[in-house]
Ligand binder design. Structure first.
Ligand code: NAP
Length: 406
């Protein structure tokens, strides 16, 4: 009998001891980092729970392997399997170029309505960082996944559609865009999708005893999209979490700048300012909630601040399922070389264990990975920056992590 993760009407998971978890190994370096991750996850669960719990990994296809075996980049069966089993993990996938197809990763997020892209950025001792006080970096980004310019509503310059829309705009605002040489991209942001994202971010802050949630936006310029995101975000705080949330304005107006015990501060920053804030005053930021494109930029910046893409985990979570994934791409020049850092997918796997409530196994992974870095036994990306380090292959790094588990 297959042990399937169930989810109740309140979104609470019920996880059996032997859950089936589908995986997509991925393209390029995907198989290398997936094999390493699978080894680490299996050993961590065994170390934490002996034989009482065990994940039954089940392969599902997407990307180049799916194309070869089924003639499709993203078979319907793959999406159905994720829907059925609720939790999945994936390596990076090639984005087909020139076929007019959108990214497979974006397609998976949109098809499954995985609306919150969650990316933690926490400094690991010993990892080279371009920042002065990297130990102060401990942020979690909640990036909206299903709206914004990422929806791909675009028309090329010179097409009938672009011409129609430009005629409408020219009429409405008396501007004279050149109808033959102007391309069009449409940005949408809605109340419902904004509110569910902010709700998830605030709930995360409550569950994880975080101190503040910052809405990152460009509402001063894009008033009815990013400005509305900001307005709806504050409404969630005020209407749904009034017992725990206090706005930054209230903290200054009523409490002289110091938040009362037990309250979480809800604040906002304009996107360009946010970049310098995370660099110069990282300790003041905790959970960041933002529309899709801002989230894309800020999460790679934060990843660079704590050691680069090789160590940046990520999860895409909706109300009915969740997919955990490496945040970097397929790094095709290293494919099959057993070289790249599997840390991003391993840490995403640890996030997955936390999502299942298997915190002990997750903690074991974090501790063992930190020890390996402290011992200067690392993959090429870190080895080239840590003097005196020993460079390990991808698979050896995984074995080293397993040997440090206790
Ligand atoms: P990329 O695959 O992320 O690689 C860019 C660079 O990042 C690599 O050359 C390497 O830097 C570093 N890097 C990536 N993975 C690493 C790892 N595991 N360990 C250490 N360093 C790592 O980006 P890309 O070359 O722009 O994209 C390649 C393909 O991946 C494209 O088809 C793209 O569409 C796709 N992609 C997929 C995803 C996803 O599946 N979520 C995300 C982004 C891109 P060095 O050269 O300095 O060593």
């Amino acid at each position: 009998m297959e042990d399937i993760i169930k989810i109740d009407n309140n979104g609470v998971l019920s996880v059996p001891d032997n859950p089936v978890i589908p995986y997509i190994a991925g393209d390029g370096t995907g198989p290398d980092i997936w094999n390493a991750t699978r080894l680490v996850l299996t050993n961590a669960v065994k170390t934490a729970y002996q034989d009482r719990k065990k994940i039954a990994f089940k392969e599902i296809l997407a990307g180049e392997k799916a194309l070869e075996k089924t003639g499709q980049w993203l078979p319907k069966e793959t999406l159905d399997q994720i829907r059925k089993y609720r939790v999945a993990i994936k390596g990076p996938l090639t984005t087909p170029i020139g076929s007019g197809m959108k990214s497979l990763n974006v397609a998976i997020r949109q098809e499954l309505d995985l609306y919150a892209c969650i990316r933690p950025a926490k400094y690991i001792q010993g990892v080279p960082s371009p920042c002065n006080q990297p130990e102060n970096i401990d942020m979690v980004i909640f990036r909206e996944n299903t709206e914004d310019i990422y929806l791909g509503i675009e028309w090329e310059a010179g097409t009938k559609e672009a011409e129609d829309i430009l005629s409408f705009i020219n009429q409405k605002i008396q501007k004279k865009f050149d109808k033959n040489t102007t391309g069009i991209g449409i940005k949408t942001i809605s109340e419902k999708k904004t509110k569910r994202l902010i709700r998830k971010a605030v709930q995360f802050a409550i569950d994880n005893k975080r101190k503040n949630v910052t809405i990152m936006h460009k509402g001063n310029i894009m008033k009815y999209t990013e400005g509305a995101f900001l307005k709806w975000g504050y409404e969630v705080g005020k209407d749904e979490f009034k017992d725990v949330i206090i706005t930054e304005q209230e903290v200054w107006d009523k409490f002289d700048g110091k938040a009362p015990e037990g309250k979480i501060i809800l604040k906002d920053r304009i996107a360009d300012n946010m970049f310098q804030q995370v660099l110069l005053r990282p300790s003041e930021y905790d959970v960041i909630a933002t529309p899709n494109l801002n989230g894309d930029y800020i999460s790679d910046t934060l990843a660079a601040m704590v050691g680069g893409l090789g160590l940046a985990p990520g999860a895409n979570i909706g109300d009915s399922c969740a997919v955990f994934e490496a945040t970097h791409g397929t790094a095709p020049k290293y494919a099959g070389l057993d070289k790249v850092n599997p840390g991003s997918l391993i840490l995403s796997g640890a996030m997955m264990l936390d999502h299942l409530g298997w915190h002990k196994a997750s903690d074991i992974i974090h501790t063992a990975l930190q020890k390996s870095i402290a011992n200067k036994k690392v993959t090429y990306d870190l080895a080239r920056q840590i003097p005196g380090s020993i460079e390990l292959k991808c698979s050896m790094f995984a074995k080293e992590i397993c040997s440090l588990m206790a």
